[in-house]
Design a protein around this ligand. Structure first.
Ligand SMILES: Cc1cc2nc3c(=O)[nH]c(=O)nc-3n(C[C@H](O)[C@H](O)[C@H](O)COP(=O)(O)OP(=O)(O)OC[C@H]3O[C@@H](n4cnc5c(N)ncnc54)[C@H](O)[C@@H]3O)c2cc1C
Length: 397
C-alpha cells in the first residue's frame, strides 16, 4: 500500500470515528441493507444524520465525479473507505438501484443534461429508482419485450406492462426498456427510456407472495407521455445500454453476497454451537467443522476472484461477462451457505415468527428462502452459464 493510500486511510478512519452515528455502529448487515431514500423515504434520526455527513464528503457515490456529488475517489481509495466502514460495521448511508445500476449506466451513456438532472438526485438519495425490464413474455428472453413507445413530436407515448418490478410502489422513477421499432430484429428495435412514475397513465399493483412480504409489483403504462429528452442513447440502440446495466446489476448481486462472508461464517459457527450445545472455545464435531470449512474456503476463494476482477477491470469501464461469473457463483454459494445453516439449526430454523424460534432461527429461515431468488433475479443461473460458455469460454451456442 502506498504512503498516499495509508494517509487516506488514517484520515478517513479519523473522520468516521468522529462522524459515524453511534446508534448505527455495529448494525451493518450487507452492503445493500441501508436507507433506500426516495420521496416517500422515512429515515430514522441516525440515518438522516449519517446520510447528511456522508454526502458532505461525496461518500455515498465515492467513485463518481465531484461535479455530480461524488467524491472522485480512485478504485483503491474507494476500497479503503469500504474497509473502514466495515471496520465500524456501519450500514451504507444510501442504497438503491440508482446508485448501483442506473447511475453507472448514465455516467457511460447519458448526455450532459441527463447526468446533470438525475445523478445528483441519486447521490443524495432524493429519488428512488426501479427497474422496468421483465414482462410477462420476456424474462430470460428479454429482447422479446413488447412495451411499445411511439414517438409523437417531442414525446414518446408508452403503452404496455412490466412485471416483477421490485419496489415500484415505493419508487419515484423507473428506467424502462421499450420497443420503438416493431419491424426490426428484436434486439435492434429497443430503446432505453426514463419515466417518472407519477406521470398520468402509470399504475402499479403489488404481487403477493406466500411469505406475506413481497417487493414485487406489476407496472402498467397506458398511453403515458414521456418527454423525448428522457431517451438514453440513440433511438433503437437501447440493447447495448440494457446489457451494460445488467453487468452492473450482476456485479451488485455478487458483491452483496460476497460482502456477507464474515457474517455468514460466524452465523454457521454460532448455529452449530447452539444446536449441539458446544461452548465458545470448545471444538465442534468433525462433520460440522468439515462442512463449515468447505463453505469458508469457497467464500474466501470467491472473495479473491472478486478482488482480482476489481483490480483488472479498468476504472470506469462497464463490467464484461465476468459479472455473470460472480453472479452465478455468488447465487450458488449463498444457497449452499443457507442450506448448511438450516441443517445446523435443525427445527429452530423452520419457524416463522415469535417464540420458541429465536432471532437467528427466524433470520436464517427467511434468508434461506430469499436465497432461492438469487439464482433467478438479474438473469437466472442457467442464462449466466450460457453467457459464460459463449462469451468467456468461447464455446458454440
Ligand atoms: C427477487 C427478484 C427480483 C426481481 N426484480 C426485478 C426488477 O426489479 N425488475 C425487472 O425487470 N425484473 C425483475 N425480476 C425478474 C427477473 O429478471 C426474471 O425473473 C428473470 O430474468 C427470469 O425470467 P422469468 O422469470 O420470466 O423466467 P423464464 O425466462 O420463464 O425462465 C424459466 C426457467 O427457464 C430457464 N431458461 C429460460 N431460457 C433458458 C435458456 N435459453 N437456457 C437454459 N435455461 C433457460 C430459466 O433459467 C428458468 O429456470 C426479479 C426477479 C426476482 C426473483
Amino acid at each position: 500500500m502506498t504512503a498516499a493510500l495509508e494517509a487516506f486511510r488514517t484520515e478517513v478512519r479519523g473522520w468516521l470515528e468522529a462522524n459515524a452515528p453511534h446508534g448505527l455502529r455495529g448494525t451493518r448487515m450487507g452492503r445493500f441493507d441501508g436507507y433506500w431514500g426516495g420521496r416517500r423515504g422515512k429515515p430514522t434520526a441516525d440515518e438522516a444524520v449519517w446520510l447528511e455527513r456522508m454526502l458532505s464528503r461525496g461518500f455515498t457515490a465515492p467513485m463518481w465525479p465531484k461535479e455530480y456529488g461524488g467524491a472522485g475517489l480512485s478504485k483503491d481509495e474507494a476500497l479503503v473507505l469500504d474497509q473502514e466502514l466495515i471496520r465500524l460495521a456501519m450500514p451504507p448511508a444510501a442504497v438503491g438501484f440508482g446508485l448501483t445500476m442506473l447511475g453507472p449506466t448514465l455516467l457511460h451513456f447519458g448526455n450532459a443534461e441527463q447526468k446533470a438532472e438525475h445523478l445528483p438526485a441519486i447521490v443524495d438519495n432524493r429519488v428512488r429508482w426501479s427497474q422496468g425490464y421483465s414482462e410477462p413474455g420476456a424474462g430470460s428472453d428479454l429482447a422479446s419485450l413488447q412495451m411499445k413507445a411511439v414517438q409523437e413530436g417531442d414525446e414518446f407515448v408508452v403503452t404496455g406492462q412490466k412485471i416483477w418490478t421490485s419496489h415500484a410502489d415505493k419508487s419515484d422513477w423507473i428506467f424502462c426498456l421499450v420497443r420503438t421499432d416493431p419491424s426490426a430484429k428484436k434486439q435492434q428495435g429497443i430503446s432505453f427510456l426514463l419515466i417518472d412514475l407519477q406521470s398520468r397513465g402509470v399504475s402499479s399493483r403489488p404481487i403477493s407472495l406466500i411469505s406475506g412480504s413481497s417487493p414485487f409489483c406489476e407496472v402498467f403504462m397506458d398511453e403515458v407521455r414521456v418527454p423525448a429528452r428522457n431517451l438514453v442513447g440513440k433511438l433503437n440502440e437501447g440493447w447495448t445500454i440494457a446489457k451494460a446495466l445488467l453487468g452492473f446489476e450482476r456485479t451488485m448481486i455478487g458483491d452483496a453476497i460476497g460482502g456477507q462472508m464474515a457474517q455468514a461464517e460466524s452465523l454457521l459457527l454460532a448455529s452449530a454451537r447452539e444446536q449441539y450445545g458446544v461452548a465458545e472455545g470448545e471444538p465442534l464435531d468433525a462433520l460440522s467443522r468439515d462442512a463449515i470449512a468447505r463453505i469458508a474456503m469457497d467464500e474466501r476463494a470467491f472473495g479473491l476472484v472478486r478482488e482480482r476482477i476489481r483490480q483488472t477491470t479498468e476504472s470506469g469501464k462497464t463490467p464484461g461477462p465476468e459479472s455473470s461469473i460472480t453472479k452465478a457463483y455468488g447465487a450458488d454459494l449463498k444457497q449452499r451457505r443457507y442450506e448448511l445453516a438450516m441443517r445446523l439449526l435443525g427445527p429452530e430454523a423452520v419457524g416463522w415468527e415469535g417464540a420458541p424460534f429465536d432471532q437467528t432461527g427466524l433470520d436464517t429461515g427467511r434468508e434461506w428462502l430469499r436465497a432461492r431468488a438469487n439464482s433467478i433475479e438479474g438473469g437466472s443461473s442457467e442464462i449466466q452459464l450460457n453467457v459464460i460458455a459463449q462469451h468467456v469460454l468461447g464455446l458454440p451456442k
